[in-house]
Structures are given as C-alpha cells and as structure tokens.
Design a protein around this ligand. Structure first.
Ligand SMILES: Cc1cc2nc3c(=O)[nH]c(=O)nc-3n(C[C@H](O)[C@H](O)[C@H](O)COP(=O)(O)OP(=O)(O)OC[C@H]3O[C@@H](n4cnc5c(N)ncnc54)[C@H](O)[C@@H]3O)c2cc1C
Length: 439
C-alpha cells in the first residue's frame, strides 16, 4: 500500500514539475487563461512521457499496482492528456491569443504541427478504446500504437521547443531533453532490446498436453543452467513462441498454470479462443519460447492471513486458481478452499482429475463444486450459472470472513462480482483477474 502511494506521489510530482519550474523561473505578469493554457500543455507533455514508463513493464512499478490497473491507468491518463491538449488552444485563444488560433488557415507551421499532434493523439485514443468495435486486428492496432506513441512525443517536443515561451529558461530545456531521452530509451528497450534478449535466452517447450478438445498445457524449461524466473502462484507471463515457420510469431499473455514448487518448468494452459491460440495444438516439443514474467497481484500468497477462500472460475479462468491450488498442495497448506467451477459441458472441464486428487489429498481442505450450464444427461451436480443464490447456498451464511478469487469470461465475472456486492461482501474481500485488458 505504502509502495503504491509513494509511486503515485512520484507520478503527481513529475506531472506538476514543469508547471512549478515554469512559475519559479519566469516572473513576468501573465493573463490567467493563457497561463492555464500553457500549463495544460506542459502537464500533457509529461503525462505522455510517463505513458512510456507505464507501458514498459517495469516490475518495480507493476508490483505495487498489478499490470491490469497500470494499463487501465495508462488508458485514462491518455484521455486526460487529450483533454489537456484540447483545452490548451482554447485557453490560449481566450487569454489573448485570438480565435484565429483555432479557426484561421493562415497560421505558422508550428501551430499546424500542434494541431496535427492533437489529431494523432485523439485518433490513437479512439482506436485504443474501440479497437474491437472498429474491427481492427490486435496486431495491427499494436503496430499503429507503437508508431503513433513516439510520433506524438516527437511532434509535441518539437512544437513546445519552437513555440513554448516557458521553455526558454535552461532548467526547463534540460527537463524537456531528459524527459524525451528517457522516453526514447525506454521505448527502444521495451520494443527492441528486451525482446531480443528474451529470444537469446529462450525457454524450450518440453511437453504439449491436450487437456480438452480446445485446451492445451504447454510446459517450458529454461536454458541449461538457468533458473526459472521467480513468480507467485496466480501470476501471468508474456510468451512469444518460435515454432514452425508457417505459424505466427506473436507475444501473448497467459497465466502461469504451474506452481513455483515445480522447479523444472513453467506451464501455461491455453484455450483456442482466437486466430493465434487456435494454433496452440501445433506447438511441438523442442520449439522455443521467449518468456517475460512474472506479472499481476492475483495470488493468495500476498494475503497469508486469509484462511477461508472461495475460488470462482469460469472455463479457462481456472488457470490462476489451479496454480494456487497446486502451490497449496505442494506446501501442505491447511486452509479451507471452496472451488466453484463453471463450464458449459462436462467434457470442457479442465484439470478435472487433478482437482479431485487435490480434493482427496486434504491439502488444502478443498471442496470442488462443478456447475454446468449445458449439463449432459445423467449429470447429478449443479446446473445453470454461478449466481448469488448458488454462492450463498454453497458458502453458507457467513460470507464476511471469506475472500473470493474470481476469474473467468468478463460477463461471468461481472455477474459474480455484482452478486457478491449485493450480498454485502466488502470490496477488499473480492479479488478478480480479467482475461482481457480491454474491459
Ligand atoms: C492476465 C491475463 C491472463 C490470461 N491467461 C490466460 C490463460 O491462462 N489461458 C488462456 O487461454 N487465455 C488467457 N488469457 C487470454 C489470452 O491472452 C487471449 O485469449 C489470447 O491472447 C487471445 O489471442 P488470439 O489471437 O488467439 O485471439 P483473438 O481472437 O485474435 O484476439 C482476441 C483478443 O485477445 C487479445 N489479444 C490478441 N492478440 C493479442 C496479443 N498479441 N497480445 C495481447 N492481447 C492479444 C485482444 O484483446 C483481442 O481482441 C489471459 C489474458 C489476460 C489478460
């Protein structure tokens, strides 16, 4: 908690730094609106620079918040920077610059550069927010984002350098150059250097196990003599597979389904849910995998004081919970866990056998309840969807002492969280992992 607060204070300090510096270094009398307009642009520039910091997967920052929160913050700050940059010319015009600034055609090139920067930023924000609705493929969007981000920074830097009155003092110039160079270095490291380093130290696929008709577990071991990177049960990693030349090379994030107690390999259990994942069955032993981990805060290990856990999983959402159950099994944990696992049909249940073995083993004190939405004939267990009624019936009355870990498709997740909140379960007792950063 303290770590997160200190990083937020640092962020706010950095965003306000140019405004404070500009005020300290320049003492001419100003008009309020035009000053505010300039400050909007100064803050927007630093926010855009810090967008690179947040996207660079720096573990020191990620560890304090979790990757999902960081990405959501990144998106919100892009929108905020867009608002600041929209306000900038309006306030300048109102503060004495004249409305010609907004509507005139006969303007210096540097003003047009500012307008173009704003346009590209707004386009970037729209595409990122509505990528799916626009039908843009993820890989194409990412390429556009990787080009658009540095372009916006380069244009904003040039514009403010040429026209910005506040950048005249040497201290401000130095701040701008340091900010630009830092963003470029981080970007080059994130997009070029680290992927090459991870490829050079690639893991090797040692097993591809079909779990159901469209789910596979891929096990990967580190190169000879290297340890597996450290992770907590429930965390996820980014993996790029290098396989047969005809198969796509893309980086994707998947939960680590193995437990840190399994020392020879890491595994991910992957469902065919799109064009890339449907090629998973063609992954072969001996293929290479660049692995970048570990990320996320969805782990019971971070909350050792909690003894009464309820895991709610939908479909492939079982993976982080499985990693935690394997960890509890191997560390002989005695806490109580109720797993409510929703699937469409019996044949879709992943890890069915291993779950019953863990249940029989007594570590943890596990009870598994399968819920099928399309039950096969003769199914004796629970049917339908996981809702408030089922949770209350299966968990008993006293929900206040339990902690819920929920992972599954977004609609299921939303419904379960809403039901828990209806039953007055406190927010801090509900932990979720959403299998999408777009929701
Ligand atoms: C924290 C987290 C953990 C996850 N754990 C698992 C898991 O254990 N098992 C599992 O099967 N799935 C998991 N997923 C979901 C998995 O990442 C997606 O199903 C997979 O990336 C879809 O890829 P696709 O190209 O086959 O699907 P597509 O249909 O092409 O894409 C569907 C959506 O997946 C996302 N996506 C596609 N390509 C990429 C990419 N290169 N990088 C990032 N996102 C992309 C986009 O949102 C896209 O709109 C997890 C997701 C998250 C966020």
């Amino acid at each position: 908690m303290l770590g997160a607060v200190s990083r937020l204070v640092l962020y706010t300090g950095l965003v306000s730094l140019p405004v404070v510096l500009a005020a300290l270094l320049d003492v001419e009398p100003k008009r309020f609106a035009s000053e505010l307009g300039k400050h909007c642009a100064l803050m927007a520039f630093v926010i855009l620079i810090l967008q690179f910091v947040m996207a660079a997967r720096i573990q020191w920052i990620e560890r304090a918040f979790g990757f999902d929160i960081l990405i959501r913050f990144h998106k919100r700050m892009a929108v905020f920077a867009g608002f600041l940059l929209l306000a900038h010319p309006l306030l300048l015009a109102a503060g004495g610059g004249g409305w010609r600034l907004l509507v005139g055609l006969d303007l210096p090139w540097v003003i047009w550069l500012g307008k173009a920067t704003l346009l590209i930023l707004l386009l970037n924000i729209c595409l990122s927010s509505f990528q799916r609705s626009f039908g843009v493929k993820f890989e194409k969007w990412r390429l556009g984002h990787d080009i658009g981000g540095p372009l916006i920074i380069a244009m904003a830097f040039t514009q403010s350098w040429v026209v910005g009155h506040d950048l005249r003092p040497a201290g401000m110039k130095a701040l701008w150059v340091v900010a630009l160079v830092s963003a470029i270095c981080l970007f080059v490291y994130h997009v070029l250097v680290r992927p090459r380093r991870l490829k050079r130290q690639a893991y090797r696929v040692i097993d591809v196990q079909p779990e159901t008709e469209d789910v596979w577990t891929v096990r990967m071991s580190p190169p000879e003599g290297r340890p597996i990177y450290r992770y907590l049960p429930g965390q996820f990693h980014f993996v790029t597979f290098y396989r047969n030349r005809n198969l796509p090379v893309e980086e994707h994030h998947w939960t680590i389904s193995s437990s840190p107690t399994e020392e020879d390999y890491v595994s991910s259990t992957i469902k065919a849910s799109g064009d890339f994942t449907s090629t998973m069955g063609r992954t072969k032993v001996g293929d290479r995998a660049a692995v970048h981990g570990a990320f996320g805060r969805f782990s019971y290990v971070l909350h050792p004081e909690e003894n009464d856990l309820v895991f709610v999983a939908g479909g492939i959402g079982i993976t982080p919970l499985m990693s935690m159950l394997r960890h509890m099994r191997d560390t002989q944990d005695t806490r109580s866990v109720l797993l409510v696992y929703a699937n469409r049909e019996k044949s879709r249940i992943v890890f069915r056998k291993e779950l019953s073995e863990i249940e029989a083993g007594g570590h943890p004190r596990l009870k598994v309840v399968h819920v099928l939405s399309r039950p096969n004939e003769g199914w004796q267990g629970e049917t339908g969807h996981v809702d408030g009624e089922k949770i209350e019936r299966l968990c008993g009355e006293d929900l206040g002492e339990k902690t819920f870990y929920v992972c599954g498709p977004p609609p299921m997740l939303k419904a379960v969280v809403a039901a828990l909140k209806n039953m007055h379960v406190r927010d801090k007792r509900i932990r979720v992992e959403i299998f999408s950063f777009l929701e």
